[in-house]
Write a protein that binds this ligand. Structure first.
Ligand SMILES: *Cc1c(COP(=O)(O)O)cnc(C)c1O
Length: 463
């Protein structure tokens, strides 16, 4: 690789040749971009010499923190032994075997098998095909519809974006594909509050949207329900406490499959291994990615329940024509194994549940007292601050949704903390290894960001 290229030259080249994910390319100026060149723990360095705190753990994934040489060494050792072989045609290899066993150990008791890909998106493509094939094998091919939720995020491939409930994504390329139905989301602050229901009533109402949809379309047409335990990219939407227990009841009464998309909630984010553990749900499929390798190498997959496994093992199932060249990639599996080893040795799940999680949640709740914040919420180490123009009247929202969120996000960067803006909220999802000192610094920087945002809004007459 080239060395000693100036930061500006890198940006010019990036501008000319690199098409970025989720980016308005016409609006992104050459020097507006950041080039991140190094990271350690919760810290990032860019090519302009700035040191920045990584409040998003990369993109919700670097759970064990940056710069863990143990993972690098495990990958190096695996690559010199066997860098690549496929898992098609009756073939396997030691790292994918060991990883599958380790995942079965931490997954809920009734889930013991893993099918692999390289990302959360392709995991949901796998889900889409497996769910329908399951019902074909069961002799009920008319059960095809997958129920999802508005504002869900299940990835960016055709199936992922279709299963997801993002209007903007559906508007590009004629999505969703047929056979997916989106019901309302359990978003209390954004949608529940204005209905006049209590938070608990709203949670029940949103859960029963599932039952109403099943009733309307007919249970004999419905294949599955897919949901994130806590919606991540949609804005860290923590459902009312009444929501999941009610959904669970509905799923128990109905003959449909349940997909718990664990791409963010999995691997300790909530203080349990999986979001399904946190809410006590019983999934048939759990798409995983992100924290599985802490982002050190791309790896995704779907953990399947014993009843799904049993159906795919029937003689009438025959061959399932599905898989990726990189399904169970040896180097990626070695990264995942080393990552899980660190998570267990450092008891990161317990740490989020009992130690750094509650510590950060308390600081986060204090930010909720700021004049600009209408609601502060956090489960484990994933949280959001909803920004509002008038704290004394929580029914009011900013005009021009997204403008204030972006102002706040830009202040946060300037102050040395990566937070993400979703609409007019600020999102945080830091590495699970951060120290109390780092958590305090993160909260102090978030506080300064709120103060700076308030000043900007005052100066612009927006509050
Ligand atoms: C990120 C994400 C995905 C997509 O994963 P990619 O690895 O980006 O393809 C799917 N589901 C959820 C819940 C996610 O947060």
């Amino acid at each position: 690789m080239r060395v000693n290229v100036s930061s500006h030259d890198l940006k010019v080249s990036d501008h000319a040749h690199h098409f970025h994910p989720f980016t308005d390319h016409g609006a992104l100026g050459v020097d507006e971009r950041r080039v991140i060149s190094r990271a350690d723990g919760v810290w990032l360095w860019d090519t302009d010499g700035n040191r920045i705190m990584d409040g998003m753990a990369g993109l919700w994934c670097v759970n064990v923190g940056h710069g863990r040489n143990e993972i690098v060494e495990a990958v190096r050792a695996q690559m010199s032994e066997l860098a690549y072989y496929n898992t098609f045609f009756k073939t396997s290899h030691p790292p994918v075997i060991e990883l599958s066993e380790k995942i079965a150990e931490i997954a809920p008791d009734h889930m013991n098998m893993v099918v692999y890909g390289s990302s959360g998106s392709d995991a949901n493509d796998t889900v889409f095909r497996m769910v329908r094939t399951y019902w074909d094998v069961m002799g009920k091919p008319e059960k095809k519809v997958i129920i999802s939720r508005k504002n869900a995020y299940h990835g960016s491939t055709v199936a992922g974006a279709s299963l997801g409930g993002m209007g903007g994504m559906h508007g590009q390329g004629g999505l969703p594909v047929p056979g997916i139905h989106h019901i309302d989301q359990p978003y209390w602050f954004g949608e529940g509050m204005k209905t006049g229901m209590s938070e608990e009533e709203f949670g029940i109402w949103a859960a029963r949207e599932l039952d109403r949809a099943i009733e309307e379309m007919g249970e004999d047409k419905i294949a599955a329900f897919i949901a994130e335990p806590i919606q991540g990219a949609g804005g860290v939407i923590v459902p009312p406490a009444s929501y999941w227990p009610e959904v669970k009841k509905i799923l128990e009464a109905r003959d449909i499959l349940f997909v718990s998309d664990e791409v963010i909630c999995g691997f300790g984010r909530t203080g349990e291994w999986f979001g399904a553990d946190y809410y006590g749900t019983k999934p048939d499929f759990m798409p995983i990615a992100k924290g599985l390798t802490s982002g050190y190498l791309p790896l995704g997959g779907v953990i399947i329940s014993d009843r799904v496994k049993e159906v795919f093992h029937r003689s009438e199932a025959g061959e399932f024509y599905h898989g990726y060249t990189y399904s169970g990639h040896p180097a990626a599996c070695a990264a995942a194994l080393a990552n899980l080893e660190i998570m267990k040795r450092e008891n990161l799940v317990g740490r989020v549940k009992n130690d750094i999680g509650p510590f950060m949640q308390k600081l986060w709740a204090e930010l909720g007292e700021h004049d600009l914040v209408g609601e502060a919420r956090m489960v484990g180490l994933v949280g959001a601050l909803e920004l509002v123009p008038q704290k004394s009247d929580l029914s009011r929202r900013f005009d021009n949704v997204g403008r204030v969120g972006t102002i706040a996000r830009d202040h946060s960067f300037k102050n040395g903390l990566v937070m993400r803006a979703v609409r007019d909220s600020l999102i945080i999802s830091p590495p699970l290894v951060m120290s109390e000192e780092e958590a305090s610094e993160m909260a102090a920087t978030a506080k300064k960001t709120l103060d700076d945002t308030w000043k900007t809004l005052k100066a612009d007459g927006l509050v």
